[in-house]
Design a protein around this ligand. Structure first.
Ligand code: GLU
Length: 468
């Protein structure tokens, strides 16, 4: 039987890295087993769901290359199907109407708490042979409750957490339809997982508590539940008002960014996939790998058991490694996009600029910052000018400008001119190169000067050198 996995996000906030990791693993599992990956948008919380949040899910997944084979399905478009399933369950006696009012439920809960019991529905309206039910109150629309088994255990072998067993006594009869007939969350998930023939549910461990309830509904409907793998939380460091750092579950409230923001900040999708893959899964000591390697290696047996902590510095490092390894042409396409956003038209120099500068940048935005110096006026800081453009070096700069007027415009000839100036003035290379960089690129640090100058038009170099 071929594997079928799904990502089932609720579009109730902008999807962040912790959420999208729950898409990466089911996607990878489907791809690496030749199966099918399904996207299902769980949009039944009408108050909190938004189209903007759906868009970030779709854009983020497309950017990372996590393409679904089926879907997106939207739960709101499947209401008729859920209602039909509810009717069938009612016909089969798997659910029953419960007329207990909110006030009665509250009173029940209070009594249970006072007796130090776990608050739970007490089965008042659950029909049993020989049991007399209370009279049906007038004008009250009942909820529908699922007849949870009373005895025995629900157990599953979680691919991450191992064997989990819950006694049915611990579970009360779940409300699966509201008074207005709309189905509730856990019920929709089970009907979807059945209809979509999901074989492996890989999701956040905030759903572990739902799983025994969902399994009972599967079984009541005569279906075998899927294999479950519950992923530990992603944590993030949070700086408190007093400056102390604590670790919290990653969330928008703590400043987690929408996943698409990483695209805008110049991260490569390959690097994000690599980083996210490692945030909860491992393949020996491998830190840097390609998407193909990840798909070759991925399995459910090496998912991490403890919570992983997001580390932006490490993400930047991973991104830098992927940028270094990327050929100049495709890298230049991405950097070109960043330059266009700044109103700069990239040209044929850009791949070579990327080759020259990519070691110094950890994002394509940082690389575009560098490249921009080759396309637009530069403004050295007053501090750099004061420090580097000294009286002692001005004549050497003048001499260099003179020589550069006449040489062929290539790296070798430029290097030769620099050496000549050193010979003529007795300066050492850094004494000349730093001020030239400040004038030409606006910063004293840069790759080798001959390579930099070669990639600027001669007239621009001469103009900038004349700014002494
Ligand atoms: N919609 C749920 C969420 O966003 C996931 C449900 C599931 O994977 O079963 O957390």
């Amino acid at each position: 039987m071929s594997t079928r996995t799904r990502f089932a996000p609720s579009p109730t906030g902008f999807i962040h890295l912790g959420n999208i990791r729950s898409a990466l693993y089911p996607w990878a599992f489907a791809r690496s087993t030749g199966g099918t990956f399904i996207l299902r948008i769980e949009d039944t919380d009408l108050e909190r769901s938004s189209q903007a949040a759906v868009d970030v899910i779709l854009e983020g997944m497309a950017w990372l290359g996590l393409d679904p084979d089926e879907g997106p399905y939207y739960q709101m478009q499947r209401m008729d199907r859920y209602k039909e399933a509810l009717r069938q369950m009612q016909d089969q006696g798997l659910v029953y109407p419960c007329y207990m009012s909110v006030a009665e439920l509250d009173a029940l809960r209070e009594r249970q708490m006072a007796n130090k019991e776990k608050p739970r529905y007490d089965g008042t309206w659950r029909p049993e042979p020989g049991k007399a039910l209370p009279p049906v109150p007038e004008g009250v629309q009942p909820v529908l409750r699922f007849r949870n088994p009373l005895a025995g255990v629900v157990a599953w072998d979680d691919k991450v957490k191992g064997r989990i067993e819950i006694r049915n006594e611990e579970l009360d009869d779940l409300v699966i339809a509201r008074p207005d007939g709309t189905p509730t969350y856990n019920f929709c998930v089970v009907i979807d997982d059945i209809d979509m023939r999901i074989t492996h549910v890989i999701r956040g461990d905030d759903h572990v508590n739902n799983t025994p309830r969902q399994i009972n509904i599967f079984r009541a409907l005569g279906k075998e539940p899927p294999v479950y793998a519950h992923l530990p939380t992603v944590l993030q460091p949070v700086v408190g008002e007093d400056g102390s750092v604590r670790v919290e579950k990653m969330s928008k409230r703590h400043g987690a960014k929408p996943v698409t923001q990483y695209r805008d900040e110049g991260f490569l999708p390959e690097a994000m996939v690599n980083y996210l893959a490692r945030l909860g899964w491992s393949h020996g000591d491998d830190e840097i790998f390609s998407r193909e390697q990840f798909l070759q290696w991925f399995d459910l047996d090496h998912l991490g058991k403890s919570a992983a902590q997001f580390d932006e510095a490490k993400l930047r490092w991973v991104n830098a490694q992927h940028m270094k390894a990327m050929p100049d042409e495709p890298l230049a396409m991405l950097v070109g996009e960043q330059l266009k956003k700044r109103g700069i038209a990239p040209d044929a120099r850009l791949p070579r600029l990327c080759g020259l500068l990519k070691d110094r940048s950890d994002t394509t935005v940082a690389l575009a910052d560098w490249a921009q110096r080759f396309y637009q006026e530069v403004q050295p800081s007053a501090e750099d000018v004061a420090k580097h453009i000294t009286e002692g070096v001005r004549p050497a700069i003048g001499l260099l400008a003179k020589m550069l007027e006449g040489v062929p415009w290539d790296k070798a000839a430029i290097a030769e001119s620099l050496k000549e100036v050193l010979r003529a003035t007795g300066l050492k290379m850094p004494q000349l190169a730093m001020p030239v960089r400040v004038l030409v690129l606006g910063t004293p640090q840069s790759p080798s000067l001959d390579a930099v100058l070669e990639l600027l038009p001669r007239d621009i170099v001469l103009k900038r050198l004349a700014n002494v």
